[in-house]
Write a protein that binds this ligand. Structure first.
Ligand code: MN
Length: 130
């Protein structure tokens, strides 16, 4: 058993090279004992979203506060809310962020994941108007 206490773990601004708009990330747990797993708490302010990206392994998002917008390439954006979860398959190109005009927080659970960061999510993509 390993306990990862959140208290005292810094909440850092995200990397502006891989996100658009305001967001913070808190690294809650990372364990490499068997399959590497990372757990991160990510809070998006209105307008905040990741760039397009892929993960080499599955990524689970568990929405814990507010509303989160997710989009898989080739499909319209979809909005989910606190209590909802989504899993992205390895290699699936996607992004996640706040629903426009709102804030949202998700836990990201990355299972044996290397992330490949791609282009920014345009305003039209974010708004779902294209
Ligand atoms: Mn992702």
């Amino acid at each position: 058993m390993r306990i990862f206490r959140a208290i005292g773990v810094p909440v850092n601004p995200v990397d502006p090279h891989t996100f658009v708009g305001p967001a913070t990330v808190q690294r809650l747990a990372e364990d490499d004992e068997t399959v590497p797993v990372g757990v991160y708490r990510v809070t998006f302010e209105a307008g905040g979203r990741t760039n397009w990206h892929t993960h080499s392994g599955p990524q689970w998002l568990l929405v814990v506060e507010g509303r989160i917008r997710v989009q898989r390439q080739g499909e319209p954006p979809q909005d989910i809310r606190a209590g909802d979860a989504v899993v992205f398959a390895p290699g699936e190109k996607h992004w996640h962020g706040a629903v426009p005009g709102t804030t949202g927080t998700h836990l990201a659970v990355n299972v044996n994941v290397v992330t490949t960061w791609l282009e920014a999510v345009s305003e039209a993509e974010y708004q779902g108007t294209i």
